[in-house]
Design a protein around this ligand. Structure first.
Ligand SMILES: [Zn+2]
Length: 244
């Protein structure tokens, strides 16, 4: 009878312990498994059901507090990481914008192109037919008064500087493989063959020498030093950032 009573008491203690844990409002205790079970089991060894329940609650609360602190720490770390990532993204964006701006800025280098003269009006265009040419016009005429400065459209090396028949006094500059410019009807040639010229450097004066009906600069962009290899010069200049 007594033994039975003890068993009953033990069972009740266990129940009370469990109820106390759950009643403590810490639902996590159920999920805690081993820790909660150990706390409850340890409590049975002692004699007070209330004490065991209190121990269990304290243990669970301690655990919960630890978990809460860990979670807060984790959250703080997460926030810091996010902040760091945002700063990194902002910095990258700023660098990209800076790069784009640098790309947009006009380049003042020898690599740029310029019109072969200034203060002109555009005359006869490329491939235009007319009574003055046996074949279609092989260049672009820039109409200017005689004596106007003619300049290298791009840096290069002079490969022709002299009389060019129908072109009168003319200059051809080599800019690279398969890229030449030609300047015709000049009144004066200011460069010699083999001379290196910079972009926009003065190379002579405009005129009306050769097969010409009036003062103007005849300008060609060619793929060889010779007549017959010209390409549309205004299209070429536009493609190289120049608005003729
Ligand atoms: Zn011409």
């Amino acid at each position: 009878m007594r033994k039975n009573s003890t068993m009953k008491n033990r069972t009740r203690t266990l129940s009370r312990g469990r109820i106390a844990v759950v009643g403590g409002g810490v639902v996590a205790a159920i999920a805690l498994g081993s820790t909660a079970a150990f706390a409850a089991g340890g409590a049975h060894a002692s004699d007070g059901a209330g004490t065991s329940a209190a121990h269990a609650v304290v243990a669970v609360q301690k655990q919960a507090a630890g978990q809460k602190a860990a979670a807060a720490e984790q959250a703080a770390a997460k926030t810091a990481a996010a902040k760091k990532a945002a700063a990194k993204t902002a910095a990258a964006k700023k660098a990209a914008a800076k790069k784009a701006a640098a790309k947009k800025a006009p380049k003042i280098t020898n690599a740029s192109w310029v019109t072969p003269t200034t203060g002109y009006t555009l005359g006869a265009g490329f491939a235009q037919a007319g009574p003055h040419w046996i074949h279609k016009h092989s260049g672009q005429d820039f109409v200017v008064n005689t004596g106007t400065t003619v300049r290298a459209a791009h840096e290069g090396t002079v490969v022709t500087a002299g009389w060019g028949g129908a072109y009168g006094n003319n200059i051809v500059i080599k800019h690279g493989a398969h890229l030449y410019t030609q300047y015709g009807h000049l009144s004066k040639i200011g460069v010699y063959v083999g001379e290196h010229v910079n972009t926009a450097e003065k190379i002579g004066l405009s005129g009306s020498t050769g097969n010409s009906t009036g003062p103007h600069l005849h300008f060609e962009v060619r793929t060889t030093p010779y007549y017959g290899s010209a390409v549309e010069p205004l299209h070429f200049l536009r493609a190289h950032g120049v608005t003729p």
